[in-house]
Structures are given as structure tokens and as C-alpha cells.
Design a protein around this ligand. Sequence first.
Ligand SMILES: [Zn+2]
Length: 396
Amino acid sequence: MDKKEFLSLLQNQPIINSHSHHLPDNDHYQLTLKAVLTNSYVSWCATPLPSENSKEEIIAWLNAVRTRSYFVWLEKALMELYDIKENLNADNWDLYDNAISQGHQDKNWHIRLLREKCGYKAILLDTYWSPGEDNGHPDLFMPAYRINSLFFGYNQRAKDHNGNNIQLLYNRSISDIDEYINFINQVIWDKKQSGCTVLKCALAYDTSLDFGEASKYQAQKAMKEEPNAENIKRFQEYVFDCICKTAAELEMPIQVHTGLGLMKGSDAMQLQPLIDRNKHTTFLLMHGSYPWTGDIAGLTHVYSNVWADLCWLPVISPIAAHRLLHELIDVCDADRVIWGCDTWTSEESYGARLAFINVLTRVLSERVEDGLMSRHDARRYAKAVMHDNASRLLGI
Ligand SMILES: [Zn+2]
């Protein structure tokens, strides 16, 4: 089986997508080229699209971003989905814009893209703007419950990076640590009852990921009048261990954002003490801990409760994803690797899927060619990462 044949096989393989921030229906109905680009990593992590679209500004912007991986895969997606032969430039900007607008005249177009073009059977959805939603499509989206606000409930004034505080969200005024832990356990239990299958921790945008062991007494200190940074850290450490225990009891895996974020202390290795203390909790370490991808390989090698979730990584850098996937095949069991798009629109999701399949095809073809893997095992591995592992984990 050559690379081309393998690629076409994977393109038709159904996928369970481990992570998405797909926007609510209303945001897709009037989608334009500008809106697709604004709600993409090209604008968010590279260079924001200029607010005025003079030809000169578009040219300058395209010159700045077009070699970035985020742009490359999004442009490929737009060209494929809307059957456009020319790369995006200032002269054909309206052609792209009209094609996108026309597509979304069909209000179901964004869902059809996910189901029919991307081949997603289920998608874990992180609606951080309103944690735990399924966007009104329970047959496609499975809600992940974002837990950041639980780490900021030491009083009613603190906020996570999305502006949330769990005490404020639930109109509570708790100042006793035992009562607080009972309260957040109840919140998690209720979320599980309402359909959330996993917890999502994006603390890498709030703080470093080094969570030591703290006592209840230390955690209580943060719940007094003016907590200092030390009190808050101990509180968050104590809360994280409590959440890990609850997650293990409820059989809810915890997705943890690793790499990038604040950069300071976002490398996955910072989580090693927490993982070591909580061996009954399943940790889905996301994004390959980029740029510290070796951390993921090392942690999956040592801890059987650690999974590698490759979401986002193939569009951050296909070369980094290529290297990590080779390492994971070497050191991690085949049943603990998954992938998700980590995008806001169907167009960018399709691009993320293209990047991922490209990496997966290259890595597995190289393995077969080098005599390290049989063709049968390569097909089985691809199916496991794209579908079967997440299916087993989530009970789909
Ligand atoms: Zn994400």
C-alpha cells in the first residue's frame, strides 16, 4: 500500500473528535471570509486581520501570515470545501467571501460540513463561554465541562481567564473549605448527570501547572479576607487533588491543556507530581505540550493513566506532530492516543483534519516502508487514533 492509497483510506475513516469550541448555530448563519479568519488561529495566534480591508492592508496581512501553518491548512480547507483553484489573494478575496456566504445560506451547512465532509461521528465540545453546553445538537456534540472557575472560588472576587468564578455563577457565599469541596463535587456530579462526559482544565492560561500537595488547613487560608499568592496556590493544589478523586469516582477523564498558554510552567512535565498522586484518574494531555512534546512521550511511557490527545498540534506545527507521533508509537500503547480539531468553525476544523491526516499518513507510511510496522497494523493504528480509542473511552 503506497502513501496515496493510505491517504485515501484515512480520508474515508470516521472520526471521534476529542476537542472543539464550535460556535453556536447563530454565529455560522452569516459567516463571511472575514469571520472565518477572525475566528481562527491565524488571527488569534498569528496576526489579527486588519479591521479595514483596503487592498494594501490585505496584501500586507497575507504576506505576513501565509507561510504560517495555521494559514496554510485553513486556506487548503477553503479551497477544497468551496472548490476554488487559486490561493487566496487580494484580487480573489470576494470570490472566497461569496462562496462562504452562499454555503451558509443553508443554515445546516456548518453541521453538514462536520458530519459529511469531516466524517465526525461525535465531538467533545468545550463551550468555555457557557461551560458544559452541547449547542443544541446532542446527537453530535458531547459537552466537556470546563473546570477553571472551580480554582477561583476561594472568594467571590477572583476570576479565571474567561471571567468566571464558580461561587458567583451559582450565587454562593462559602468560606469553609469542606463546604466548598462538597459544593464543587455536587456541581461536577450534576454536570455528569446532565451529559458531560469529561472535565476540561485550561489552567495553562491562568497559572503554571506545578501542582504540589497541599493540606486542607493550607487551602482554608485562601478563603479568608485577603489571600496572598501563596495561599491561592495551596488552595488550587488542594482543589485539584479533590477534583481528581471525584473524577476517578465518576469515571470522568480530565482533559488538561499543556504547552503554549502562558508559556511559563505550561510544559506537561509540571503535572508529573499531580499525575503520580492520582493514578486512578485518567489524564488526557492535550496539544502535545508544544513545544515540549517529549514530555508527553515520557509521561505516557511511565503512567498508564496518561493519554496523548494530539488536538491542535498538527496545525501548530505538522513537523512537531510528526516527530511526537513517531515517538508515541515507540513508547505509548496504541490504545491511548486520540485527536481533536480544537477549532471554532467547520472550515477550520476541516483544515485541522487535513493536517492531522497528512501527519498520520506520513508517519504510518514511513513505519511500513522502514519495516517497523505491518500494513495491517498501520491500518489498525490509524483507526484506533481516529475513532476506536475515543469510542472506548467515552462509551460511544
Ligand atoms: Zn481548545
